[in-house]
Design a protein around this ligand. Structure first.
Ligand SMILES: *[C@@H]1O[C@H](CO)[C@@H](O)[C@H](O)[C@H]1NC(C)=O
Ligand SMILES: *[C@@H]1O[C@H](CO)[C@@H](O)[C@H](O)[C@H]1NC(C)=O
Ligand SMILES: *[C@@H]1O[C@H](CO)[C@@H](O)[C@H](O)[C@H]1NC(C)=O
Ligand SMILES: *[C@@H]1O[C@H](CO)[C@@H](O)[C@H](O)[C@H]1NC(C)=O
Ligand SMILES: *[C@@H]1O[C@H](CO)[C@@H](O)[C@H](O)[C@H]1NC(C)=O
Ligand SMILES: *[C@@H]1O[C@H](CO)[C@@H](O)[C@H](O)[C@H]1NC(C)=O
Length: 333
């Protein structure tokens, strides 16, 4: 198994001319918070915005009196109590009331921030930050258990989001990874009707979502399935799915870049099981819009043996997120 992973990694390395990334900056969350799992930029290029272990969402401010720091922007739990929740660091059961924001994405037309909260489903935060509006906490009567990732179609405002598992919550992450669970789903939320539709089910730890720039398909990664599925939204294949790419490792978030390619965060376990605890070998893989790997960037300086959860290209620079680290990274390949 490990040899297989190594062989495919080595093959990928040779095919794609890997180049180590240069770390440009480390954006620290306020102490003692962790876990900027995903990143988003607003329509003015502000950010990155990130979620954190205590349920708050922060905006990175580069200039001004608080330059170089994350300032509080909002939160994703409708039941969050600041006194109890501020400063929460780990996968404590308190997160079931404090919230755990994971996937983030702006609707650039309205400047609303959509959040996939691990415990509170799909929520959105208004254009000036603050408290959340819970949009989807159950689908056809079944409560969501572990919402993880999303992407907003920039043309239509439709939100595609994933549930990692219908059986395990994020506090059961290790149990989920060590199981053969394949109860994850991909959903579509239409803000004009508030309707949610299930597009795909049976996913092995759905972890990342990205819609193509022309809206013809949406991708969903399977962390345990080690692959990316493509669900067709338009054309003759609409409403069918196929395998977009197989990944030599566990893919987490996936993000479109301005050239309609995709960056996927990938982790390979280095030590004995059980994951998801370190050590890992983290990397970013850039994939074409037809699923062909184009570049692999080992994130050695950035994450050492921690896991990376997102790689995103913005304004010519790469940003990295992690469920475990206390910082986001800025780097260049
Ligand atoms: C993009 O990068 C350029 C230079 O690299 C900078 O001048 C510009 O302000 C950046 N834009 C945003 C929105 O951050
Ligand atoms: C940040 O603020 C400090 C002083 O508070 C100033 O010296 C520095 O130039 C500022 N940097 C930016 C990028 O605004
Ligand atoms: C928040 O929790 C504190 C401590 O348990 C409690 O005293 C306070 O009333 C709570 N606030 C709200 C708004 O529920
Ligand atoms: C998940 O964790 C909670 C406590 O952290 C535990 O009560 C529950 O049984 C676990 N569920 C599963 C499916 O492992
Ligand atoms: C959708 O839900 C939001 C928030 O609950 C509500 O304000 C809005 O009126 C709803 N729209 C429709 C079309 O039902
Ligand atoms: C795909 O499914 C949607 C919703 O069920 C339906 O409205 C649409 O006509 C279908 N498209 C095709 C090409 O089958």
């Amino acid at each position: 198994m490990v040899m297989g992973i190594l062989t495919s990694l080595i093959l990928l390395f040779f095919t794609c001319f890997p180049s180590a990334a240069y770390l440009l900056n480390q954006l620290q969350l306020p102490n003692p918070l962790r876990g900027p799992e995903s990143l988003a930029f607003d329509r003015n290029g502000g950010g990155p915005y990130v979620g954190s272990s205590d349920g708050r969402i922060f905006k990175y401010v580069a200039t001004g009196p608080r330059n170089g720091s994350f300032v509080e922007y909002g939160y994703s739990s409708p039941t969050r109590n600041k006194t109890v929740c501020d400063g929460l660091t780990d996968f404590s059961d308190l997160q079931t009331t404090c919230g755990r924001p994971l996937g983030l994405g702006f609707n650039h037309q309205t400047n609303e921030l959509y959040v996939a909260d691990a415990y509170f489903g799909l929520v959105k935060i208004g254009p000036n930050g603050g408290p959340p509006i819970q949009l989807v906490d159950a689908v056809q009567g079944t409560p969501l258990r572990f919402t993880d990732a999303l992407d907003v179609d920039p043309e239509t405002g439709i939100v595609y989001f994933a549930q990692s598992s219908a059986n395990f919550q994020i506090r059961n992450l290790t149990a989920l990874i060590n199981s053969r669970d394949s109860s994850g789903s991909l959903f579509r939320y239409d803000p004009s009707t508030n309707q949610t539709t299930e597009l795909l089910r049976g996913l092995a730890f759905a972890a990342g979502v990205a819609v193509s720039s022309d809206g013809s398909f949406v991708l969903v990664t399977e962390f345990s399935g080690r692959r990316i599925q493509r669900f067709w939204l338009k054309g003759q294949r609409a409403n069918t799915s196929d395998i977009f790419a197989r990944i030599p490792g566990s893919p987490d978030n996936i993000k479109r870049n301005p050239r309609n390619q995709f960056w996927v965060a990938v982790n390979n376990p280095l030590g004995p099981p059980p994951p998801p605890l370190p050590p890992f070998m983290a990397s970013g893989i850039r994939i074409s819009d037809s699923g062909i790997p184009l570049q692999i960037v080992p994130l050695v300086d950035e994450y050492r043996t921690q896991a990376v959860s997102e790689v995103q290209e913005f304004n010519g620079t790469l940003y990295g997120g992690s469920l475990f680290a206390s910082y986001a990274v800025v780097f260049t390949p």
